[in-house]
Design a protein around this ligand. Structure first.
Ligand code: ADE
Ligand code: ZN
Length: 326
């Protein structure tokens, strides 16, 4: 078995995956047809051609309008099932999946429609594909914190189906501290907390500092710019904070995969895991991300195995179940 095949097959956990970022062009067309939504594109190739961007905001400008085709509980179910099927084929045994309720409720789709579809997919996939998972509800940081708070309240009747909360979308001018009150309330309600500190954003290191010190996060999504601040790096290590990096995504939202930075953090002993972020848009699922980093950094099987181990160690599985995977 060559190293790329090993990278795809090794049992792993995925901790940074946006369900809405798994909308493949073929499914987008099928859902548009099912829901009578007119699209300008008529073939998967044409849809794929619209999936082009140079940074985070140009990506988000394509990402949100695409979601219009997601209308019914079955649509959310089908989206999640397609992802879970592919992820299981690339070695994922446990997944903690982000979803963006505000991008649906803001266009008239009920919160319960979204979460019921995703939840049903998780239950079905556990039986069909031997993969298990949890949901993480993300707040959109480019919307008002009062909308995030209202969304948190709306989620409370479904709290048993949500393991934690996250913060995503456009980071410019939207630092973690702006959401400190919402995150404190989420924590008081029993949710774990993670925050996107996307790569190479304005004030990246300061955003990481706020996430750790002011939001008391349990994990950081991306967070690669922590290499710029040795003190923060040491602190993240001593707190055992996981960093969920996304090599292929990095190449789209910035100018490179950030191989050197990822390896510097990995070699320093931080709990760095490899993930796919928005695989339908960024050219590959999790195994492809493992394989891409393996090629770029000339990784050995032992190093890949440690990345996979990090993914379980920094997961939010209970210690008993986590030990079963390690
Ligand atoms: N929403 C979906 N993918 C995202 C990313 N990579 N960064 C911020 N928000 C997102
Ligand atoms: Zn992300």
């Amino acid at each position: 078995m060559d190293i790329a095949e090993f990278a795809r097959r090794i049992p792993k956990a995925e901790l940074h995956l946006h369900l809405e970022g798994t909308l493949e062009p073929e499914l987008k067309l099928a859902l548009a047809h099912r829901n009578n939504i007119p699209l300008t594109e008529t073939t998967a190739e044409e849809v794929r051609d619209t999936y082009t961007f140079t940074d985070l905001s140009s990506f988000l400008a394509v990402y949100y309008p695409s979601m219009e085709v997601l209308q019914t509980e079955d649509d959310f179910f089908d989206l999640a099932m397609a992802y879970l099927n592919r992820a299981s084929a690339q070695g994922v045994r446990h997944v903690e999946m982000f979803f963006d309720p505000q991008s649906h409720t803001s266009r008239g789709v009920q919160f319960s429609t979204v979460i019921r579809g995703y939840r049903r997919a998780l239950i079905t996939a556990r039986r069909s594909f031997a993969i298990q998972g949890e949901l993480i509800m993300c707040f959109l940081r480019d919307m008002d914190p009062s909308f995030a708070m209202a969304t948190l309240m709306e989620a409370l009747p479904h709290r048993d189906w949500i393991i934690g909360v996250g913060l995503d979308s456009d980071e410019r001018g939207n630092p973690p501290a702006k959401f400190a009150a919402v995150m404190a309330r989420a924590r008081a309600e029993g949710f774990l907390v993670t925050v996107h500190c996307d790569i190479d954003q304005q004030d990246s290191a300061e955003h990481i500092r706020q996430a750790i010190h002011e939001l008391q996060v349990d994990r950081i999504d991306h967070g690669t710019n922590i290499v710029e601040d040795r003190r923060l790096l040491r602190e993240a290590k001593s707190r055992g904070l996981g960093l969920t990096v996304c090599p292929l995504s990095n190449g789209f939202v910035s100018d490179a995969m950030k191989t050197d930075e990822i390896m510097q953090l990995f070699d320093a002993g931080l709990l760095v895991s490899i993930n796919s972020d928005d695989p339908a848009y960024f050219g590959g699922y999790i195994g492809d991300n493992y394989a891409a980093l393996a090629k770029a950094a000339d990784l050995t099987r032992e190093q890949l195995t440690r990345f996979a181990r990090n993914s379980f160690e920094s997961s939010w599985l209970s210690p008993r179940i986590r030990d079963h995977f390690l």
